[in-house]
Ligand binder design. Structure first.
Ligand SMILES: C[S@@+](CC[C@H](N)C(=O)[O-])C[C@H]1O[C@@H](n2cnc3c(N)ncnc32)[C@H](O)[C@@H]1O
Length: 113
């Protein structure tokens, strides 16, 4: 395991088949660097999976920024798996549940052809 700091100057000859990004879209000031790192470590058949809640407008801003690069194909789903759907249904009944903080989205990203 290695620590990877997202930086716009990051370069990588190493590419990865699968990239998982969990709950990393909150800091808008790092969106540009994260997108740069994603481009650097993806090859034409890579699949990058992001799981994240909207957390205010931060996820939407990330998605806009991602689209603006025109470098990626993106699919967004509200369904992750039956188990997660079940958990969400359970916690929705609790007072502390806030959709923007707790409802996860699944985003599948490939490099555009
Ligand atoms: C809300 S946490 C998510 C933690 C992760 N889901 C987990 O279970 O460990 C956001 C993560 O983004 C990482 N992060 C934020 N800015 C970063 C940067 N510039 N470079 C590398 N990681 C960064 C933080 O280190 C943190 O682990």
């Amino acid at each position: 395991m290695r620590l990877l700091i997202w930086e716009t100057g990051f370069k990588s000859a190493e590419k990865f088949d699968r990239i998982l990004i969990a709950d990393c879209l909150y800091y808008v000031k790092y969106h540009e660097a994260l997108i740069h790192v994603m481009k650097e470590i993806m090859h034409k058949d890579s699949i990058c999976v992001i799981v994240a809640a909207k957390r205010g407008v931060t996820m939407d801003q990330f998605m806009e920024r991602l689209a603006a690069t025109k470098a990626f194909g993106v699919e967004v789903s509200e369904h992750i798996c039956e188990e997660v759907d079940q958990k969400i249904a359970e916690i929705k009944t609790q007072k502390l549940y806030r959709e923007t903080e707790h409802k996860p989205y699944l985003v599948k990203i490939r490099l555009a052809a």
